[in-house]
Design a protein around this ligand. Structure first.
Ligand code: VTB
Length: 329
């Protein structure tokens, strides 16, 4: 993939974050999500790619924009075939409630390199490059994994912090991590950012993500962790026979399959995220008199480069920023 695509892709996440940022704290979940999606879709017109959304807002009949299978990019002759995973607003609740860690996210890979994850639950364990490959094993207990992580880092269990979605389904997991002696950061939403936070424990204080979140979010997290040489494993957690069937239709016949990070996202991968609200990964959007500032991270797996981009956007004279005004009701 052309490395300059990394800059194109950050424009897309910036646009979504700027649009969503107008909705911070307004309690308008759908409005925020719609604004981010619309802005992302509009910005996706220009990159020189034949892009296909493989992880998006839903299936064609359920999502008006950025649905699975939708073509994006300029599509011109010679444009490379790229698969795209998006979450225009990861943490819709976080944005609507005006709390931290809402992000706009896009990942890109060459065609066929992302798991076409069905929209269902997925059990995940993710660590950063300090732990690296070959230490975690999702078949083992949380205590065994924490012990292996602590050993690799040369620290005690009590020095580790696991990030876990605060859900009733995690009661046993939380109890076990506590009794193992590790610390926990419970989050209400946003397990993509939480997984990526493991990439820089010195900054974020997070060593490992554990627990069940969305499968599409799992692919986005894997894309980012591939870029920094972290590790991740996952298993789908269907809730009924219909979901098992759905997974089979999407090319996953064995519902018990353990996905290694390279099966979630392989090949040459790019990942970009822009902060909507302040979080442990990025600062959120700041509005200024004639525009806004945004904070993004862009990573590439082929070089391992991680870029932080602080961008100043000028709105004056740009009437084609319609989504920057919230619509109430
Ligand atoms: C996570 C998290 C998302 O959904 O994947 C979670 O990353 C899982 O679903 O931000 P439940 O909310 O049903 O537990 C979100 O919280 C919302 O999409």
């Amino acid at each position: 993939m052309d490395r300059n695509l990394a800059l194109e892709v950050v424009r897309v996440t910036e646009a979504a974050a700027l649009a969503a940022a107008r909705y911070v704290g307004l309690g308008l979940h759908d409005g925020a999500d719609h604004a981010a999606t619309e802005a992302m879709r509009a910005t996706f017109e220009s990159p020189h790619i034949k892009g296909t959304i493989v992880i998006g807002e839903g299936e064609r009949d359920k999502a008006p924009m950025l649905y699975i299978g939708e073509q994006v990019g300029d599509g011109s002759d010679g444009a490379p075939a790229i698969d795209i995973a998006v979450d225009p607003l990861e943490g819709t609740n976080l944005c609507a409630n005006g709390v931290g860690d809402a992000l706009a996210i896009v990942a890109m890979a060459e065609h066929g390199k992302f798991l076409n994850a069905p929209d269902m639950y997925m059990d995940k364990i993710a660590v950063g490059p300090e732990v690296g490959r070959g230490v975690i094993d999702i078949r083992r207990s949380p205590t065994e994994n924490l012990t292996a992580i602590a050993r690799r880092k040369g620290v005690g269990l009590r020095d580790l912090t696991a990030v876990i979605l605060d859900r009733p389904r995690h009661a046993a997991l939380i109890a076990e991590v506590r009794s193992a002696g590790a610390r926990i950061r419970l989050i209400t939403d946003g397990d993509v950012g939480a997984a990526i936070a493991t990439a820089d424990p010195g900054e974020t204080g997070i060593d490992v993500l554990m627990g069940i979140g969305g499968a599409p979010e799992g692919v986005l997290a894997a894309a980012a962790l591939r870029c920094v040489k972290g590790d991740m494993q996952a298993i789908l957690k269907p809730r009924d026979a219909g979901e098992i069937e759905r997974a089979a239709r999407m090319g996953i016949p064995d519902i018990h399959h353990i996905f290694a990070i390279d099966e979630l996202a392989s090949g040459d991968v790019m990942f970009a995220a822009t902060g909507v609200t302040d979080g442990f990964l990025l600062r959120g959007v700041r509005f200024v008199p004639d525009g806004a500032e945004s904070y993004s991270v862009v990573m590439r797996s082929s070089s391992g480069t991680v870029r932080h981009i602080r961008a100043r956007h000028r709105f004056t004279g740009r009437p084609n920023y319609p989504t920057l005004r919230p619509t109430f009701g």
